[in-house]
Design a protein around this ligand. Sequence first.
Ligand SMILES: [Zn+2]
Length: 80
Amino acid sequence: MTATRARKSDPHRCPECDAAFEVTYFDDRQDDRAQLPMTTAEAACPACGHARSLTLPAGAERTLVVELSDGAGADEGGGG
Ligand SMILES: [Zn+2]
């Protein structure tokens, strides 16, 4: 009886401010055979607040978390 929930993360880029952010959510689908209907949710850019629509498995929008992607940003080509 494993009730592990799959945490999915999708990278997105804001069309307004070009900020990279990740949209994370829990996928409640337990079986691949159980195809839940898809739904549309809105995720606001954490940098500028511009909302964009996303397509997620139904129910996943309730666990939606939006986070700025760390790492990329500097133009340094550091190879240390
Ligand atoms: Zn933005």
